[in-house]
Design a protein around this ligand. Sequence first.
Ligand SMILES: [Zn+2]
Length: 174
Amino acid sequence: MESQRKYEFDWDNTVGADMQVARPSLGPSTRIEVYRLFQFTLRDILEQHYGTEMADTLFREAGVMAGRAFFEKFLSGAQDVASLSNKVQESFNALGIGIFRVESARQDNSQFIFTVDEDLDCSGLPDTADVVCVYDEGFIQGVLESFSGKGFNVREIDCWCTGSRTCRFEAKVV
Ligand SMILES: [Zn+2]
């Protein structure tokens, strides 16, 4: 049966399969301001309609979907945690997402601390009392779940916006 939905996500059909065809002269890059303009206007509207908590929930859920799709596209060859983190580091660098590091990992891979410097979402924004990288929490969750087949809970514990100048994420198996 054909889907009734108009906007179901699919990499090739919504992101695009071939950027050489899509943008032969401008190429695949845009400015970070454009990405943030889109993200933070959408977030503002979601918050106005649904409140802060639901806006965060929706953003995190979209992040999970993105992390899963990103895993399929760029990380699926990873055999173990070391090769996964190398692939994340390389692809985050190549695509200008941020500078990714594994700060600590439990031996049984049930708990991790990751850091992202120069994060796409928040780097350089004014200090606030709160972390803001909810989409990234979901993104990392999606990557870890795709890789391990286990459920993960990911929370940002430090953010550029809380004065840390790096984003730090704690991931735990649920
Ligand atoms: Zn952050």
